[in-house]
Write a protein of this length. Structure first.
Length: 235
């Protein structure tokens, strides 16, 4: 399939209700409003195709950009490729659920994420923290430096309150993920979450939300999900 064929199939799958939901979360035109599950039949036909992924991502169409992340070859992409994708990721559903997810299946995931976390840019920081969530929730604990993750917990504790909105949410998710999926620092994550307490997140045109990583961790522990690892990150 070429880019025109994929775009036509995506357009045919678009739903106005889904489109409105995406727009309410920050997406803007062009987009069709395709539910992610509806993309799976097209994915089965294409599988992995990096060249096509690049063409689709460059359209600026939200649905095409999301689809690009599913068929991309993460290990074929360089740091400059990921930076370029981040440059075009104009809201969190692209930064955290397309770019960060794709990056998490690469061999340079931690290296790139560390750079983004230190960037001072809201969506890059958010993508960096989110990538670690995908990594910790999927890869074996031995693949991470305990001291490094410990230092990251300290960074969350000392900076989460003054961080930008999307970064704040991603940091809170990181804290919860360490507490649930990274056993060596479960106790430290619990204590850090308890010390941080409730984090208030104010969003434009939306109700203020209150994040509580401590409660999230305890809830998952109660469900017997301590040490949980997902088999796959991408759809």
């Amino acid at each position: 399939m070429n880019v025109e064929m994929v775009m036509q199939e995506l357009e045919d799958l678009g739903k106005e209700r889904t489109k409105k939901m995406y727009i309410s979360n920050g997406a803007h035109e062009p987009l069709f409003g395709v539910a992610t599950g509806a993309m799976k039949p097209i994915v089965r036909k294409i599988k992995i195709n990096q060249d096509l992924a690049e063409e689709l991502y460059s359209t600026g169409n939200y649905d095409a950009m999301y689809f690009a992340g599913i068929i991309a070859d993460p290990k074929a992409m360089t740091q400059s490729d990921y930076d370029r994708w981040m440059d075009a990721a104009y809201f969190y559903m692209l930064s955290d659920y397309v770019v960060a997810v794709t990056l998490s299946e690469s061999d340079i995931a931690q290296e790139v994420s560390d750079k983004w976390i230190a960037s001072g840019e809201e969506l890059r920081m958010s993508a960096g923290w989110s990538c670690y969530c995908w990594l910790l929730g999927n890869r074996l604990d031995v693949e991470f430096s305990e001291s490094k993750i410990s230092d990251m917990l300290d960074l969350v504790k000392h900076t989460i309150y003054e961080s930008p909105v999307r970064t704040k949410s991603a940091m809170n998710n990181f804290l919860s993920t360490v507490g649930i999926s990274y056993l060596p620092l479960h106790e430290k994550a619990v204590e850090t979450a308890k010390a941080i307490g409730i984090v208030e997140v104010k969003r434009d045109k939306k109700k203020t939300s209150f994040l509580n990583a401590y409660e999230s961790i305890q809830k998952e522990v109660g469900r017997g999900r301590l040490g949980f690892k997902r088999k796959h990150v991408r759809c």
